[in-house]
Design a protein around this ligand. Structure first.
Ligand SMILES: Cc1cc2nc3c(=O)[nH]c(=O)nc-3n(C[C@H](O)[C@H](O)[C@H](O)COP(=O)(O)OP(=O)(O)OC[C@H]3O[C@@H](n4cnc5c(N)ncnc54)[C@H](O)[C@@H]3O)c2cc1C
Length: 490
């Protein structure tokens, strides 16, 4: 792995060498790379500095081998909702459309398991049992089967996706559950149900009934969008690895991407911005006309920041992050096929939560956790973490314990990763005003220092939000330089 890479000679690179104002982009995640790409297109002279040895940030495809066709695991972002128009626009612009494949999500296949108290049950058999259990907890009988089925699946999806602190919010409040089923009884649910043992189509339902989320407990009402999106049928992935997005962007830049260049200090002055970078044990100090900082605030708060407003320092310090941990096993064979599973994901529960099966090949995303459970795994050393996941997974898939079944294991605990120190920004439990204020402050520039990244967007925790924030920052830099602004659309 080279310590520093210069990508301007790549065949995909733009041929014009820019001589416009000099801009440094800090962080080569998707936000930094999109910004660098667009600024380059506007004639700016762009240099990108990245602390880690690779581009992509939280888009991180791990390959079990050095050839491009090696089996791989997505340790960061793995799916794109087709409604995410900014992300889909770059998929198209970077000639990746032929790699788009459907992404089969959590509890989307009848064979996917869910952990039901003491044992795993396949979804096709679990839904009738969940419906019966829900009816028992309701204060009266006589609800329509469709209402009970829909409510049972909604509760299941919440329990499977939400972090610990949100899980009991609905189920712990029987009156609220009853109100929810009452309301469902007045809605025609047939368009959202395919059969008594099939998952409900939550995404379509919430699209058609936008006020329904107000019936959910405070906190959950804001998170429900993510739950619905994650369990939607309208998700896609990039065959060959999601890292094609950041890699192709980096290849297409006219300027340089310097990896292993860690920013340690930023000073925002009136006419320029000075950055301090450490590379190969040397400190380099450089001045730029503009700087676009696309470093997560969870990492930025550990960098020396000079001459920033108190409010800005406050938002950098206070934005809340939720951890996320992924553990993948490259297996000797796809043993889950024995159970009739050919894709989708199980709600494996316990400390490992979700297990995703590949459409083909034998790399299993054995565990995907967020929040406290992600931190619990993140605090273990990798060998202990992998063994813990192996033992827990054996409750659902005992064959994982066969000697030699796991050829290789890999994981990333994003909450503990040096360059992220958090999974994604969350704004749960905040009022609309508080959210709007936080977004405005996060994205607000300081003289010629601008900001982008998922943490600056109204769609955090998604690639789409990171891209949108990058386009906003590019517009703002260009408006500052030219004196007029042009709104970019997807
Ligand atoms: C486990 C997980 C699963 C996800 N799944 C999905 C999904 O399926 N679909 C989806 O759309 N989104 C998903 N997301 C969210 C998505 O990955 C992020 O929103 C997006 O990639 C963030 O991009 P970014 O550019 O804002 O930040 P990042 O990707 O974090 O980029 C920031 C960059 O800054 C660098 N950096 C940090 N410190 C320094 C420093 N001092 N000097 C220089 N560089 C520095 C980092 O190394 C990094 O490369 C997921 C996120 C996680 C963690």
């Amino acid at each position: 792995m080279p310590r520093s890479i210069v990508l301007c000679d790549s065949p995909r690179a733009r041929t014009v060498r820019n001589r416009g104002p000099q801009v440094a982009v800090l962080g080569a995640g998707i936000a930094g790379l999109v910004a660098a790409y667009e600024l380059g297109g506007l004639g700016y002279d762009v240099a990108v500095y990245e602390a880690s040895p690779r581009v992509g940030g939280r888009i991180h495809t791990h390959r079990f081998g050095s050839e491009p066709s090696a089996p791989y695991a997505e340790l960061g972002a793995m799916r794109i909702p087709t409604k995410h128009r900014y992300t889909m626009r770059y998929v198209s612009e970077l000639d990746l459309v032929d790699r788009v494949r459907p992404f089969r999500t959590l509890l989307s296949e009848a064979g996917n398991y869910l952990w039901a108290g003491e044992r795993p049950v396949q979804l096709s058999r679990a839904i009738p049992a969940l419906v019966a259990a829900l009816q028992e907890r309701l204060p009266r009988a006589g609800y329509r089967d469709a209402s009970l089925h829909f409510a049972a699946f909604l509760i299941l999806a919440i329990e499977a996706v939400a972090p610990v602190r949100m899980r009991g919010l609905l189920t712990g409040n029987p009156m609220q559950v009853a109100r929810l089923v009452d309301r469902l009884d007045g809605i025609d649910l047939q368009p959202y149900l395919s059969g008594p043992d099939r998952p409900a189509r939550l995404a379509e339902f919430f699209l058609d009934n936008p006020t329904f989320s107000a019936l959910l407990p405070h906190g959950l009402d804001r998170f429900i969008d993510d739950i619905v999106t994650e369990t939607s049928a309208d998700l896609v992935r990039l065959d060959g690895g999601m890292d094609a997005l950041p890699r192709r962007l980096a290849d297409a830049l006219a300027g340089t991407v310097s990896v292993d260049h860690r920013v340690v200090g930023i000073r925002a002055r009136r006419r320029d911005v000075v950055i301090e970078i450490v590379h190969a044990n040397r400190t380099i100090v450089r001045s730029y006309d503009y700087v676009l900082c696309a470093i997560p605030f969870s990492a930025l708060r550990h960098i020396r920041l000079y001459d920033l407003d108190e409010d800005k320092i406050g938002v950098v310090r206070d934005i809340e992050y939720c951890s996320a941990t992924k553990v993948a096993f490259y297996c000797r064979e796809p043993f889950w096929c024995d159970d009739g599973i050919s894709g989708g994901a199980s709600f494996t529960g316990g400390g490992i939560r979700q297990t995703y099966y590949p459409d083909d090949g034998s790399v299993l995303l054995a565990s995907y956790t967020i929040g406290e459970e992600a931190d619990q795994l993140g605090r273990m050393n990798p060998a202990d973490r992998h063994e813990y996941v192996r033992q827990q997974l054996a409750n659902v898939h005992p064959r994982i314990l066969e000697p030699g079944m796991i050829r290789a294991a890999v994981s990333v605990a994003w909450g503990q990763s040096e360059w992220t120190r958090g999974g994604c920004t969350v704004r749960w439990g905040k009022s609309d005003d508080q959210v709007a204020q936080e977004i405005a402050l996060a994205g607000s520039p300081q003289s010629r220092l601008f900001f982008a990244g998922e943490h600056c967007s109204k769609n955090p925790a998604w690639i789409d939000g990171a891209i949108e924030s990058a386009l906003d920052a590019v517009d703002a830099i260009d408006a500052d330089r030219t004196g007029y602004s042009v709104r970019r659309t997807a």
